[in-house]
Design a protein around this ligand. Sequence first.
Ligand code: ZN
Length: 164
Amino acid sequence: MPHFDLFFKTEALRQRLEPHLGLIPPFFRFTVRTGTPEVRYFDQKDPMWKGFPFPVPAKTVYVFDDAIPARALGGGMDMRASIRVTREDTDDEALVLRIWHEILHAIGQPADDMARRAAEWQSISERLVWAAWQSLARQTDVPFWHRKFYSWLTERAESGAGGR
Ligand SMILES: [Zn+2]
């Protein structure tokens, strides 16, 4: 099972988010730390990633709250992930879901494919609710569905499919 060093940049961020880490299934193990790991930066000309720090060491996750020009709120690949907390982020559980999303990427799971793979992960009753939401033009890119999809992806990873 994947074990990450999870760095919160500041003690305040750690105190705010660590109590909610239980949302993420125990398949993922964390050693929680306060501070900044060694980081590097992606293409500085790309407005999506400008100023966005990403861990250098493998098995490392970094949660930070710097005001940076990047549009990205998170990135994950290759057993590394970085998650940004902005001033507009007031939902701490949604932020922990953002961490979960990026560590799923970090282990090679298709975390962006919630809608595309709906037929694979939804039960019949969920499919009906999903269709009803869509017919009411309700946004499906929300924590309610994220939790179900990420749980499915985590079970998929545990069974050895599509990740490492
Ligand atoms: Zn993603």
